[in-house]
Design a protein around this ligand. Structure first.
Ligand code: UD1
Length: 384
C-alpha cells in the first residue's frame, strides 16, 4: 500500500485533483490518499462550492495558509506542509497546475527526498513576469513524474534538459472533469436566474473572467478592459463573475459605477435597458460550466478556460499577450487579443459576426488522462 498525498490550494486545482482522486480511489488495495488543502483560496465561492460540485471529499489536512505576498504565502505553505510530510511520511506528493501552492509543496517534498508528481507539467508562456511561469519552471525541475497535457509541453521540458524518462504524456485532467460534468451542469439554474433564457431559447450573451495582476492591478488597464466590455454589452449581455481580487481592485479604483455591480446573483434579470457589463460574485463550477457552454463568446485571462472553450467549441478571446497553452490557438478556438481595448472590441465584434471555426480536439483530451496517470503510477510505485 502506497500513501499518496494530493495537494490542492487554489480554485483551478480542484477540477484537476478531482479526476485523479476518483481514479486512484478505484485501487484501494494499492493506494491510500491523503488530501491536503493549503488554504491559498479560502472563500466559500473560491473553494467550498467546488468541493461540493465536484464530489470531492473533505480535505484530511487544512494548512490554512490564506493570502499574503508571494513570499509570505509560499513560505507559510512550506513551513506547514513540511511538518505534515514529516509526520505522515507519504510515498508520493502529487501537485497540480502552477499556483504558489504547487511550487511550495514540491520544494518541501524534494528536500525531504519524497518523490513527487506534477500534473500539467511543461506548459510555458516564456514570460517570467507571470508568477505562474516561475512556479511551473521550478516545479518541473525538481518533480520526479511530469504528467503533460500536450506535445509542446514535452518539447519544452526536453529543451530544459529534463530526462525523457520523467516525462509522461497523459492528456488533460481538467478536461476529464469537464466531460464528466457537462451533462450535470445542464441542471444549473444560472441562465434562468440571470434572465438569459427567453421561454426555452437561450439569448446570445458573452461570459467573461478576469483576474491576472497584469490586467486588474493598474487602474488604467482595468478601466480600458471594462470600457471595452461595456461596448460589447451594447450589443449583447456581458456577464463577468469576478474573482475577489478583481472586485477588490474595482472598488479600490472606484470603478463600481463603470460596470453594473451586483453583490448577489439570485435576483438579477437582464432587460433591454441593460447596457453595461454585469459584475457578479464568483460562480460555482457547475454554474460557470453552464454559463460558459451556452455563451456566444468567452473573454478571459484564465489558463483553464482557454482549454475548456476549446473542447466546448466556444470562441475564446484571451486577454493576454501570450499563453502557455498555444495548442488552444493552433487546434482550438482561442485567439490572443492582449489588453488593448480597441483590439478586444474589434475582435469580439468580428468573432460574433463570423463565429468560431470548428477545430479539432487535442490528442488525449478525451476524459481518460487520470486513468493514464494511475496506470503509470500503479506498477512504478508498487514495484519491489
Ligand atoms: C491564483 C493563482 C493563479 C490562478 C488563480 C485562480 C498564484 C500565483 N496564482 O491567483 O494562477 O489563475 O489563483 O483563481 O498562485 N482572495 C480572496 N479570497 C480567496 C482567495 C483570494 O479574497 O479565497 C483575494 C485576496 O485578496 C488575495 C487575492 O485574492 O490577496 C489574490 O489571491 P492569491 O491566492 O494570492 O492569487 P490569485 O490571484 O487568486
Amino acid at each position: 500500500m502506497k500513501k499518496i498525498m494530493v495537494v490542492a490550494g487554489a480554485r483551478p486545482n480542484f477540477m484537476k485533483i478531482a479526476a485523479v482522486m476518483r481514479e486512484l480511489a478505484k485501487h484501494p488495495q494499492h493506494f491510500e490518499q491523503i488530501l491536503v488543502h493549503t488554504g491559498q483560496h479560502y472563500d466559500v465561492e473560491m473553494s467550498d462550492s467546488f468541493f461540493s460540485d465536484l464530489g470531492l471529499r473533505e480535505p484530511d489536512i487544512h494548512l490554512g495558509a490564506g493570502s499574503g505576498t508571494h513570499g509570505e504565502q509560499t513560505g507559510k505553505i512550506m513551513i506547514r506542509f513540511e511538518k505534515v510530510c514529516m509526520k505522515q511520511k507519504p510515498d508520493l506528493v502529487m501537485v497540480v497546475g502552477d499556483v504558489n501552492s504547487t511550487v511550495a509543496c514540491t520544494l518541501v517534498s524534494a528536500k525531504l527526498f519524497i518523490p513527487s508528481a506534477h500534473v500539467e507539467a511543461g506548459l510555458r508562456s516564456y514570460d517570467r513576469t507571470m508568477p505562474e511561469e516561475i512556479n511551473r519552471v521550478l516545479t518541473d525541475q525538481i518533480c520526479d513524474y511530469l504528467f503533460t497535457t500536450c506535445e509542446d509541453a514535452n518539447q519544452n521540458l526536453i529543451k530544459e534538459g529534463i530526462a525523457k524518462e520523467r516525462i509522461f504524456f497523459v492528456g488533460n485532467t481538467m478536461i476529464d472533469t469537464l466531460l464528466r460534468h457537462i451533462e450535470i451542469a445542464k441542471k444549473s439554474k444560472i441562465l434562468d436566474g440571470l434572465g438569459l433564457r427567453d421561454n426555452s431559447k437561450v439569448k446570445k450573451y458573452a461570459a467573461v473572467t478576469l483576474h491576472r495582476p497584469s490586467n486588474v492591478d493598474e487602474r488604467e488597464i482595468l478601466k480600458g478592459i471594462l470600457d471595452a466590455l461595456n461596448k460589447i454589452a451594447e450589443k449583447l449581455p456581458v456577464i463577468l463573475p469576478a474573482h475577489p481580487r478583481t472586485t477588490k481592485m474595482i472598488k479600490r479604483f472606484k470603478l463600481n459605477k463603470v460596470v453594473d455591480y451586483q453583490e448577489s446573483i439570485s435576483s438579477y434579470n437582464f432587460n433591454k435597458s441593460n447596457k453595461k457589463a454585469l459584475l457578479l460574485p464568483p460562480l460555482s463550477y457547475l454554474d460557470f460550466l453552464s454559463l460558459m457552454s451556452k455563451a456566444a463568446l468567452v473573454l478571459t485571462d484564465s489558463g483553464g478556460i482557454q482549454e475548456e472553450t476549446t473542447i466546448l467549441g466556444i470562441p475564446c478571446l484571451t486577454i493576454r499577450r501570450n499563453t502557455e497553452r498555444p495548442i488552444t490557438i493552433k487546434e482550438g478556438t482561442n485567439t490572443l487579443v492582449g489588453n488593448d481595448p480597441d483590439r478586444i472590441l474589434s475582435t469580439a465584434l468580428k468573432v460574433l459576426k463570423d463565429g468560431a471555426a470548428k477545430k479539432k480536439r487535442p490528442k488525449y483530451w478525451d476524459g481518460r488522462a487520470a486513468q493514464r496517470i494511475v496506470k503509470i503510477l500503479l506498477p512504478s510505485l508498487n514495484a519491489p
